[in-house]
Design a protein around this ligand. Structure first.
Ligand code: O7M
Length: 213
């Protein structure tokens, strides 16, 4: 089996449910992304538990968007809890992002997947791509709902900076299409954890993108 390019967005509240879904889908995943719903519902200790159960990297999607000191205070606790990657907003400025990057691998949001992203974020995507290039972040977040934007963002990014794309499935993005557009990884939440058979759903998406170049 080739290395997976699928990231599970584990947006449930309950610890037991999270661990159960993580364990049964792990075989088809590259990493698990946790967001505020799971952190609020189960606490930061869920990171260690997920790692123990799956052995996978954990991406903490806390979307940091504060002054450097506050970003640093939050990021420190999240990395101490075992997160391998953290997600930060770039629009707050270089100093805020740098404060996070000093502590660990960082993924910068350069454009979002929802319709409202066109109002304020898309107009500044260009500058956010430049920021990611200058700081050489681990990766960026780009919208799977707009494959043409993924292609554009990929074309402007330094090689080696990963393009990570949420919005597949529930938000309308198509896994294979967005990988063809240049995404390194896709993020899928509801279409896996909300399905009747999360393992089977993860397997189907894994197979859909396996081998796509
Ligand atoms: O597949 P879904 O729609 O159920 O879940 C998508 C996940 O990706 C969910 O955790 C969102 O918070 C996240 N996400 C987006 O959907 N759109 C974005 O533009 C950005 C993110 C994200 O992961 O940001 C880092």
């Amino acid at each position: 089996m080739s290395e997976s390019r699928l990231i599970l967005a584990l947006d449930v509240y309950e610890r037991e449910r999270a661990l159960e879904i993580a364990e049964c889908t792990a075989e088809y995943l590259w990493a698990i992304k946790i967001n505020w719903p799971l952190i609020i519902g189960s606490g930061l200790k869920i990171i260690t538990e997920l790692k123990q159960v799956t052995g996978l990297p954990i991406i903490a999607d806390v979307k940091l968007a504060d002054i450097p000191n506050t970003n640093r205070l939050i990021a420190r606790k999240v990395f101490e809890a075992g997160a391998d990657y953290i997600i930060a907003h770039g629009f707050v400025g270089r100093d805020s992002v740098e404060a996070v990057m000093e502590l660990g691998e960082t993924i910068i949001v350069v454009e979002m997947s929802h319709p409202g992203a066109k109002e304020f974020i898309q107009p500044v995507t260009e500058g956010l791509i430049e920021l990611a290039n200058e700081l050489e972040s681990f990766g960026v977040i780009a919208p799977a709902t707009r494959p043409e934007r993924v292609e554009y963002i990929r074309s402007k990014l330094k090689p080696g900076i990963r393009v990570i794309t949420p919005g597949v499935g529930a938000q309308g993005g198509k896994a294979e299409e967005v990988i063809r557009a240049g995404a390194d990884y896709i993020i899928v939440g509801r279409s896996i954890y909300g399905s009747e058979n999360p393992r089977e759903s993860a397997r189907r998406i894994f197979e859909e993108i396996e081998g796509v170049v």
